[in-house]
Ligand binder design. Structure first.
Ligand SMILES: Nc1ncnc2c1ncn2[C@@H]1O[C@H](COP(=O)(O)OP(=O)(O)O)[C@@H](O)[C@H]1O
Ligand SMILES: [Mg+2]
Length: 324
């Protein structure tokens, strides 16, 4: 990893549970994010995507135990005090959560909340605030922005609320935007429009964006790079084109096979056969082994090591080492 990376995670581990019985939600993750790139994180529910995302901004619940390094723009987040961390959040790193209803306060108008963000994060003066609020709402393509300022969250649709949140999150031109399942609660046409917004934010501010989603279609249309997680570990990482054209890990293949095709020939979403693993079973083996068609004895005895398929493409699978 080089210092030109915006964010580096080095051997990051996050566990819940007790020290005697730790539940390793994220285990030994190394990941580098470059300025201005859009990265998708995919994997089944419970694979540690949200935990990883929250760790990037050190916004984990108190009960989480963290090991490893989180380095943002050359600064270690581990070593940062509360005040410095607060300054970083919202200004240089901001986060958009899944549920746009609970992220806005129902008792205050859009203008109250957006104005507050503009003052505290972007340092906008009181005189400038009204104009800037309208600019932000217009930038996320909200119709009648002047009127929205006076409305309450419940007067807006889910898609409109998500636009407001994206506007807030990007108003200070952050270097990194974390979006945890930003389109899950929205219908398909709105999803597309939200993707367009992310691209515009990246182009306008050079913002790097991490999108967590279980929707691989979203990743394919939006991202430069994809990270696939399974039970807290990265199993494969590479450029979107490469991963979609020649996935290496059996889990990635299974995940890609489970996407419904546009022509509908495969019908509904297929699920991957076998049991979704539980953190309580995480051990010194490949967690995917019980569901894997290419499983070998070694997979049940040892954690797979990293195999580099190319400079920018890696996977963790014992079978890869033996494949011709
Ligand atoms: N605050 C918490 N306390 C205990 N376990 C948690 C907590 N948050 C997440 N977990 C567990 O960590 C694992 C990963 O969760 P999460 O990061 O939410 O995965 P994902 O976002 O991929 O669904 C899950 O097994 C989940 O139950
Ligand atoms: Mg999640």
């Amino acid at each position: 990893m080089t210092t030109s990376n915006l964010l580096e995670l080095r051997d990051l581990c996050v566990s819940y549970g007790t020290p005697e019985r730790p539940l390793p939600a994220v285990a030994h993750v190394d990941l580098a994010i470059r300025p201005g790139e859009i990265i998708g994180i995919a994997g089944e529910s419970g694979s540690g995507k949200s935990t990883l995302c929250s760790a990037m901004i050190r916004a984990l619940p108190d009960e989480a135990r963290v090991a490893g390094d989180i380095v943002f723009a050359g600064r270690s987040l581990n070593a940062m005090g509360a005040a410095e961390l607060r300054r970083l959040r919202g200004r240089e790193i901001s986060m958009i959560l899944q549920n746009p209803m609970t992220s806005l306060d129902p008792l205050f108008t859009i203008g109250d909340q957006l104005g507050e963000v503009l003052t505290t994060r972007a340092g906008v003066s009181a005189a400038e605030r009204g104009r800037r609020m309208v600019d932000v709402l217009r930038a996320v393509h909200l119709t009648a922005p002047e009127r929205r300022v006076h409305q309450y969250p419940h007067e807006l649709s889910g898609g409109m609320r998500q636009r407001v949140l994206i506007g807030m999150a990007s108003s200070a031109a952050p270097k990194l935007l974390l979006a945890d399942e930003p389109t899950t609660a929205l219908d398909a046409t709105i999803q597309e429009e939200i993707l367009v917004l992310f691209n515009e934010i990246r182009d306008r501010h050079g913002t790097a964006i991490v999108v967590v989603t279980h929707d691989l279609g979203v990743i394919r249309r939006l991202c430069d790079r994809i990270v696939i997680m399974y039970l807290g570990r990265i199993v494969e990482e590479g450029p979107v084109e490469t991963i979609f054209e020649s996935p290496q890990h059996p889990y990635t293949r299974a995940l890609l096979d489970s996407i419904p095709r546009i022509d509908g020939k495969r019908g509904a979403l297929r699920t991957i056969p076998g049991q979704v693993p539980s953190l309580a079973d995480a051990g010194e083996n490949c967690a995917f082994a019980p569901r894997c068609a290419r499983v070998q004895p070694r997979c049940r005895a040892e954690i797979p090591r990293e195999t580099r398929i190319a400079d920018d493409h890696r996977a963790f699978c014992w079978d890869l080492e033996l494949r011709p």
